[in-house]
Design a protein around this ligand. Structure first.
Ligand code: CMP
Length: 138
């Protein structure tokens, strides 16, 4: 099934000049970039994007981290794009992520984990519309 998913290269990975390496991995896995932009989240916008985590103890730190520098946001499209992207990213905790995954190669810990990817079709729909208007998804 052809799906779309939202990908974010987080401030830690953008600062490490890893955008190109990360996009290369998506394309090599057969995912097509259907929309993309470099942007910076305000703390308020980061808080909205991660609203589902608002009761978590790490919420405030996450907002601070995600608004600390530019991020690269894209829409990836392809066969089972959501699961495929999650496989390429590796587990949330970079310390547990195998080498060869994005988080294993570029992440630092459970917070500074280089990338975000949607976890389900409904979330993907919401996250894509959070960043892109329909006219900007090709
Ligand atoms: P992400 O896939 O963007 O979804 C939520 C983010 O919260 C996650 O990646 C991490 O950056 C962060 N996160 C998840 N769990 C923890 C945790 N236990 N401690 C700190 N940050 C976390």
């Amino acid at each position: 099934m052809t799906e779309r998913t939202l990908s974010i290269v987080k401030p830690d990975a953008v600062a490490k000049n890893a955008i190109g390496d990360i996009l290369r991995r998506f394309e090599a896995a057969g995912l097509r970039i259907a929309a993309a932009k470099l942007t910076k989240l305000s703390p308020e916008t980061a808080a909205q994007f991660y609203i589902v985590h608002k009761e978590r103890p790490f919420y405030q730190d996450l907002i601070k981290f995600m608004s600390a520098g530019p991020i690269f946001v894209s829409v990836l499209e392809g066969e089972n794009a959501i699961a495929k992207n999650r496989e390429i990213m590796g587990p949330t905790d970079s310390k547990k992520a195998p080498k060869g995954t994005i988080r294993g190669d570029h992440g630092t810990d459970v917070e500074k984990n280089a990338v975000h990817g949607s976890d389900a079709p409904e979330t993907a729909k919401w996250e894509i519309s959070f960043f892109f208007s329909q006219a900007d998804v090709h």
